[in-house]
Write a protein that binds this ligand. Structure first.
Ligand code: UT7
Length: 399
């Protein structure tokens, strides 16, 4: 295992979070409202999970549009013009399309013309995976900055007749901007893990598997309906409490720290009882775990960045604090990151905000122009290869 040490060389590169933003759909869906559709109660849901309400995307909103709003806020706070963004990574299990990626939709919306863009699928651990990959790209010198987003529209993939799952999840998006710096700190260490043998405990069949066959009790059984998430709650609960504590111990050790050096832990927001159990295992005060599950529910890959934004708003992080992010979920996957927090950047001026907003307008015009240009080019230029032109000509002769 490699350990993180204070660097000796002055040309070391660090990846600091310099901007953050989140977006939650306006529509609040309460436990009482859910209790009108499945056999449950507000009291049961709150006592067993800590959840009171969640947000549900309206019909105009998608994972991409939620991502765009969170991204705009994060870039605005970082004061980073979209034209300078070098990498966009979106962690999601509910993309609008399998391809193009959600990240490409965000790239076009922002007008981030110099950015690489791709999605990551690691369920509720996705944001920690994405942040770690982006941080390593910056630390290695391959990139100077990255926009990392976690976004989900879980409401679109829930079985609303299954009270074991539909009470838990909600929609939302959160984003951070990572930038290279020679100031020591930022992302210090990460651990990323997986165990595919637990793939049947939490899954969402893809569109083309109808129905998805699953190996159950040694026999292949026909699975469930397309596009509906399935979870074995009890088993996932057990897994979550184990890996949450283990990965926090492992990642702090890798960063040359212990869990007692942490000022704040922002975990995946699945269930307050998971946090209570993990806090006991680690002998930590439960207050060190930030939780907003009561008002947001479980937003899968979006939950950590959304909670991080709320923690920052609540003044829970100061310069030089150590914060750990820890995620767990389908795959099975899990992972944790330790960050030495940098000084909070100043709020962007009104002029900077206006200039950034104007750049999104320009990006929309540019995107439409590029589409128009392609259509005209195809009409005027005909087939792009000599062979295809020949076939076109022969076809034309026959007609
Ligand atoms: O983001 C990915 C990670 N996901 C998670 O971390 C989720 C982990 N799991 C959990 O949070 C919990 O297992 C749940 C909240 C999903 C369920 O809580 P539980 O305390 O583990 O309940 P259970 O599954 O053991 O079920 C206990 C009882 C059952 O009834 P019987 O069989 O004892 O009669 C369930 O049918 O509670 C029943 N039940 C409900 N009752 C009222 C299950 N869901 C509900 C409900 N309302 N919504």
């Amino acid at each position: 295992m490699t350990e993180w040490h204070e660097p000796m060389e002055s040309n070391m590169r660090y990846a600091h979070i310099q901007g953050w933003g989140s977006y939650l759909p306006e529509h609040v869906y309460t436990n009482d409202e859910i209790a009108q559709t499945v056999e449950t109660t507000d009291e049961w849901i709150y006592r067993r999970t800590g959840i009171k309400e969640r947000r549900i995307a309206n019909s105009d909103e998608t994972t991409a549009t939620l991502s765009m709003k969170a991204a705009e806020e994060a870039l605005g706070r970082a004061g980073l013009p979209p034209s300078k963004v070098e990498m966009i990574v979106v962690a999601t299990s509910t993309p609008d399309y399998i391809f193009p990626s959600t990240a490409c939709q965000v790239q076009d919306h922002l007008g981030a013309t110099k950015a690489a863009a791709f999605d990551i699928s690691a369920a509720c651990s996705g944001f920690v995976y994405a942040l770690s990959i982006a941080a390593q790209s910056i630390q290695s010198g391959a990139m100077n900055n990255a926009l990392v987003i976690g976004a989900e529209t879980m409401s679109r993939v829930l079985n609303w007749d299954d009270r074991g799952t539909c009470i838990l999840f909600g929609d939302g998006a959160g984003a951070v901007v990572l930038e290279a710096s020679d100031t020591p700190g930022g992302v210090l260490a990460s651990v990323l893990r997986s165990d595919g043998s637990g793939r049947d405990l939490l899954y969402l069949p893809a569109v083309y598997q109808n129905p998805m066959p699953m190996l159950q009790g040694g026999k292949w059984q026909n699975g469930h309906k397309n596009n509906q998430m399935v979870m074995n709650g009890r088993q996932v609960f057990r897994f979550a409490t184990r890996v949450l504590a283990e990965s926090l111990e492992e990642v702090t050790e890798k960063a040359g720290l212990t869990v007692n050096d942490l000022n704040l832990i922002v975990p995946h927001q699945a269930n307050v009882r998971i946090l209570e159990t993990a806090a006991k295992k680690l002998k930590l005060d439960q207050d060190i775990f930030f939780s907003n599950v009561e008002t947001v529910g479980n937003t899968s890959a979006a939950s950590i960045p959304v909670a991080l934004c709320e923690a920052l708003k609540a003044g829970r992080l100061q310069a030089d604090d150590h914060v750990a992010l820890v995620g767990f979920g389908g795959g099975l996957t899990w992972g944790a990151t330790v960050i030495k927090w940098a000084a909070t950047p100043p709020e962007p001026t009104r002029w900077q905000a206006l200039r950034t907003q104007a750049s999104y307008g320009t990006a929309r015009v540019r995107s439409r122009f590029r589409q128009w240009q392609r259509r005209v080019g195809a009409r005027l230029g005909g087939s792009p290869t000599p062979d295809a032109r020949m076939r076109d000509a022969v076809k034309g002769d026959k007609e």
